[in-house]
Design a protein around this ligand. Sequence first.
Ligand code: PMT
Length: 322
Amino acid sequence: MEADDIDLDVVDLFFDDNDYNPKKYQDDISKIQTFVAGHHARMNKVVLVTSGGTAIPLENQAVRFIENFSGGKRGAASAEYFLSEGYGVIFLYRQGSLRPYSRHFAGGNILDVLEIREDCKDGTCSQLQVDTTKMPSLMAIVEAYQTAKNSGRLLEVSYHSLVDYIALLKASSEALHLLGSLAVFYLAAAVSDFYIPPSDMPKHKIQSTSGPLQLALHQVPKFLRALVSKWSPKAFVATFKLETDEAILIDKALGALSKYGHQVVIANILHERRYRVIIVTKEEQKELLLSRASQDQEHDIERVIVRDICIRHDQFHKGTEV
Ligand code: PMT
C-alpha cells in the first residue's frame, strides 16, 4: 500500500470514529453550495479562508476544552483584502474569533460611539445617532462591509470544535471543486494536531476529586492530503506553517509542500507574525516584511500577503486553462 493511501485511510477512519454527521451541518452546507453555484454561474474566483483555533473537548458532554492562541486576526483581515481583490469569500471561522470588518471594533466598545438622540430620550422614538468623530474610520468600514454583503461576495460560516471544523472544511472543499482552478484555499486556522476520540472520553464532567488529570491525546490526521488529492484537486491551495523556532521553519514548510503537493506555504514565527512572513514555494522563498513605519501605523501585513497570493493564483489559473 502507498503512503498516500495510508494517509487517506486514516482520514476516513477519523470520520468513522468521530460521529461525523453532515446532516448536522446541512444548513451551512446548503448555503455554501448555493454560494459556490452562484459564483460558478458568473465564473468568479472564490476563496475559502479558514480562521481561528479549534476546541478539543475533554468530555462527551463537554465542560472543558483544550484551546490554542489563535484569535483569528490573520483570517479576518485576509478575508477583507480578498474581497477588495474581487473574490467571493467563504469565511470559515471559529465562533467568538475575529470577523471581517467587525474586527476593527474588537479593541474598543462600539456602544461608546452610539448616542440616543435628545428627542428620543422620552422613549417615543427609536433612533440612535453615531458620533463618527470618536471612530473616524467607521464610515469606510461600514461601507466596505455593506458592499461585500450586498454584492453577495461574503459568506460567513462558524465552527467550534475540531470535528465541526473538519466536517465543514470537507463539505466546502467538495462544493468548491465545481470551480476548478478558480477556487483558492487559504488555510489560516490553527487546527489542533491532537484530540481525544469520543470512545476515550468520559461521559460526564471529569471530577477534580479524582486527583491529578492525565490525558492521552491521539494524533489528528492531516486533512490536507485528502483536500489536495480528493476533495478539491484542481484548486490553488495556500496553507500556513507556524513555528516558534526559526531554525526549522523553512524545512517544515518545504516538507509540507513535497508531502501534500500543493502550491504555497506561508511560513510564520509566532511572535513575528504581525509583520513578517515567508512565502515558500517549490521554486522560491520570498520574505514579506512590513517596514517599521508601517508597523507603527498598524498596517496589516495581510494586505501584502493576499496581493501576493492573488498574483500567484492568477498565474496558476491561467496555466491550467491551456
Ligand atoms: O489567528 P492569528 O492570531 O492571527 O494567528 C494566525 C496564525 C499564526 C494562526 C496563522 O498565521 C497560522 O500560521 N496558521 C496555521 C497554524 C499551523 O501551524 O498550522 P499547522 O502546522 O498545524 O498546519 C499546517 C496546515 O495543515 C494548516 O494550514 C492546516 O490547515 C493544515 N492541517 C492542520 C492540522 C490537521 N490535522 N490537518 C491539516 O490539514
